[in-house]
Design a protein around this ligand. Structure first.
Ligand SMILES: [Fe+2]
Ligand SMILES: [Fe+2]
Length: 374
């Protein structure tokens, strides 16, 4: 799916989304209790209302709210089939064979999936509620819940925002966080840990009960999910510090600095679990191969699976000493970069031109935000 470049009447379109957003009670994907905390925002005028926030801060928070809504949507799909379905994260009834395959990576995978899902839901609801509390427009993506659900037993049959059944998963974070000499902020590039996952389209949840067998096939799907978890959460780990550099208000900075590290906690967990994905070839898609990451031709320190903390690397200047850091954290074009990254993985395959116009607009506004001296 290509991003739409033309944006006819995009301001007017976005306007109507922002205005309707908080008025809709919808979102079957969200927890009922949290939904009730969504606040109404009444807005006027040709542009988004920033209320008592600077326009830049409001734009950054709106992009983050949208990103969190999208994260919630994909995590919800994982939780319905492979997590724990309860009052905190309702919806779905679980797929025992998929859940068991995920548990090959770690016996607590269902708990971690549940908790990651709940975290994203609270991020989404909190940021929108904060925007509303400041008289700023909020974000709602309810009208874009148009993508199909998995037909596998255990999934809810509702419209989704994201597609996790045709993913192209970038696994370069595996080598990026293990490199002692390279940093993407310097233009450096990194090899894929799972090259066959980074090409083609792969389901990360069973698309139907046909995907539950043979066992190596559902394991390949669980392995794909295991790497996709890391791919998503390393993105959040970079996005927050990248955008924080352009926040003006100290309280908004506190929000960004307090949510961002939870994305890093997610990422580190998933990095640890991905390393446990068993080596195999998908019997239903022999092009998909999960190698033994500890063996030749991989192996060596770059691939070692017990390296779950960042190796120190070059930061700011090659003249300065190496430092253990999140990477990248460059701030220029960070929001559009995140949107492009999510689009390239196939997460929005099937979404409308309106969706891409709306998201592009939010990202552009966030990237226009500049830190004001108060
Ligand atoms: Fe989040
Ligand atoms: Fe996240």
């Amino acid at each position: 799916m290509k991003e739409s470049r033309s944006k006819p009447n995009h301001r007017a379109n976005r306007r109507s989304f922002l205005m309707k957003g908080v008025l809709a009670a919808g979102a079957a994907t969200a927890g009922a209790g949290l939904l009730a905390t969504r606040l109404s925002a009444v807005s006027h005028g040709p542009e988004e209302k920033s209320g008592r926030l600077t326009p830049g801060d409001a734009s950054i928070l709106r992009f983050l709210a949208a990103a969190e809504i999208l994260e919630t949507d994909l995590w919800q799909q994982y939780n319905e089939l492979g997590g724990i379905q309860d009052s905190e994260v309702p919806g779905g009834s679980g797929s025992p064979l998929y859940t068991d395959a995920l548990k090959v990576l770690d016996g607590d995978m269902d708990q971690y999936i549940h908790d990651n899902t709940e975290d994203e839901l609270t991020h989404e609801v909190f940021i929108n509620a904060y925007l509303a509390s400041k008289g700023a427009d909020t974000v709602d993506l309810d009208r874009f819940h148009t993508l199909p659900s998995s037909k596998a037993t255990g999934a809810q049959q509702i419209g989704r925002l994201t597609n996790i059944m045709q993913l192209t998963v970038d696994t370069t974070w595996w080598t990026r966080y293990r490199s002692r000499t390279k940093n993407p902020d310097f233009g450096d590039t990194f090899p894929q840990a799972i090259p066959t996952l980074a090409v083609g389209q792969h389901p990360a949840i069973p698309r139907s009960d046909d995907d539950l067998t043979p066992s190596d096939h559902i394991q390949a799907i669980a392995n794909t999910a295991g790497f996709h978890f890391g791919t998503i959460e390393q993105g959040g780990t970079s996005l927050y510090p990248s955008l924080a550099q352009r926040v003006t208000n100290v309280e908004v900075l506190r929000i960004v600095l307090s949510i961002g590290p939870t994305e890093a906690m997610h990422f580190q967990t998933w990095q640890d679990k991905a390393g446990n994905a068993p080596a195999l070839t998908d019997p239903k898609d022999p092009a998909l191969v999960f190698p033994n990451l500890n063996a030749s031709p991989l192996g060596g320190e770059d691939f070692q699976t017990n390296l779950i903390m960042p190796e120190p690397t070059v930061f700011l200047s090659r003249q300065l000493p190496a430092c253990s850091i999140v990477r990248p954290t460059g701030t220029k074009g960070a929001a559009m970069g995140a949107l492009t990254f999510l689009t390239a993985m196939g997460l929005f395959l099937g979404q409308s031109k309106e969706f891409f116009s709306f998201m592009t607009d939010l990202a552009e506004d966030a990237d226009e935000a500049r830190r004001d001296v108060e």
